[in-house]
Write a new protein. Sequence first.
Length: 201
Amino acid sequence: MDNMKIYNAVRDVPLVAQKTIKGGRLNNFTDINPMWRIHTLTEQFGPCGIGWKYEVVRQWNEPGANNEIASFVEINLYYKHGDAWSEPIPGVGGSMFVAKEKNGLYTSDECYKMALTDALSVACKALGVGADVYWADGTKYSQRAPEKPKCSKCGAEITPYKGTKGEVVSPEKHAAICLKNFGKVLCVDHARDAANGEGAA
């Protein structure tokens, strides 16, 4: 087996599955749509339960500052290689059960679900899932911002602009629209030309 086969197959994240985080400690980092991970695992190994699966090892809560409570989920991820299952790939994820907000303490009834999603993303990293995004972002302890989308024709960085209805179109949204319509990222001018059939190649 090529040691890099799986890693190289799952490292790239399409722009439509990326969203820039606004605010908080992870400001300007990239959030990856969790369904893209499910799609990628299924594409590589087969349906969940047949080609890949996970087991919940434990769930628990930990007290935090200011009467907050954090919830954690530990899982083992497995994938099928030939007729054999892999060794367990561990992942631990967390989310807030009781969080302090501006209006007081808020209790989440989806904390374990979100912690499970986080744990799955951690386990998937070991296979290289989304590696290019994590490589560009660094870690949540660094201050490196993700690279902004650029026009594939002129290299210009895509910047926010107002749409036809006055709404602000983010670079990521513009890039996703271009990929859907033209199969590549284009700046506003080149996207307009492509839409009019001018210089689309």
